[in-house]
Write a protein that binds this ligand. Sequence first.
Ligand code: BG6
Length: 466
Amino acid sequence: MKKDFLWGAALSNVQAEGGYLEDGKGLNVYDTLVVTPEKGIAPMFCDTAVATDHYHHYKEDIDLMAEMGFKAYRFSVVWSRIHPMGDDEQPNEKGLAYYEDMIDYLLEKGIEPVVSLVHFDMPDHLLREYNGFLNKKVIDLYAKHVETVVTRMKGKVKYWLTYNEINLAPYQSDLVAGVYRPEGMSQSELFAQLSVNTAVAHAHAVEVIKRVDPQAWVGGMIGHAPFYPLTCQSDDIIMADFKNKMHNYLPFDIMTNGELPDYFENFMKNRNIHVELSDDERKVIKESSQKVDYLAFSYYRSNVQASFKDIKDLNELEDAVLFDTRGLKNPHYDANEWGWQIDEEGLRYSLIDLYQRYHKPLFIVENGIGIDEKLENGKVYDDERIVYYQKHINSVKRAVEHDGVDLLGYLAWSPIDFLSSHKEIRKRYGFVYVNRDFDDLLDLKRYKKKSFYWYQKVIKTNGEDL
Ligand code: BG6
């Protein structure tokens, strides 16, 4: 791997910070989220008041990252810490100061900050009063948030990410999209309008970042889980291809080509959907596409897609595939307790596929496995995590060294334990264990897991010794 390869890890602050009403922070959609449990898992959900208390432990947590030898660390600026309601005239100074101190501390430790500008944390007020990104005013408020943060951190942050997993935003959900489906609007209409609005939001963010700090690098980011056809029958292949385009490639296609792709226009034409997209918005999308420096993605697993044999109408069939909730399993792979299938070569495949499709430097900004772990005499022997990482990093090396993919770095998920996107503490991802249970905060003390020492060695040897 090249000498300046960015080894490190990533965290979503809203899932780790806690301090949810401290220092002027407002509520966001993660704080107010009412959780729908992942399939088959008993609900044991935490609130976000404390989470894993990263708000008060951030220096200690960064010290641990420095001890592991991190070259880069991705975190997110919680929108409602900066703009508590989202539509505030003035930003919250204490929020800005908090992230500036964090960045200064990272730089002092020689760790490159990689900063996400929104990560499942839209101010709750923007959901309730505006209906999130379905309302064009929210695009302006988001652009204002971006401008406030980037202006303050100018010269200190090289890598910005406009929007965490932007491809998930078009689905109706008060968590990732921060939006309700208006009565009378079909799922596919909502999908189309949100795809367009978040593309415009991303484009504005790119414009702002490049105007405020031309030296900075801007990246788009998706949550990438490739869809393989369940069988080699042509209808499954066509539907997997459709799903990959609509679910995975769409935002990157718009970001890099500067226009809506034909397959998406066709999807709308077939359904008589007319999205609101002004000439000015088309222009900003076009112009921003020249300015995107890299493409980032998270990868945890691959998926499978099958057609619905009994649906004859093609629009109906595509809608069923786009909003498929069957959770089909690939018979060739094992899964973790939450059914997330483990497919390390799927990561290599994704790297090759995305690089050949876009010819832009790529950045893996999340990869990891959630495991239910227990602290035993101050130790956590997370061999399962080590094996997962060994396999995935090996695939990354093959993609870079054999397949010629230009990769900026690899950020594992995650440095410390936090609440999962479903607010579960039982589904742990960290190299560092945080001592709390779902119903008892215990002492929130940090303990290095076995994987902590393993990853330290990997970074030290630049990925040679896995
Ligand atoms: C990614 C998100 O989709 O997956 C993270 O960016 C999330 O915020 C991660 O934590 C793992 O998912 P989960 O549901 O296990 O937390």
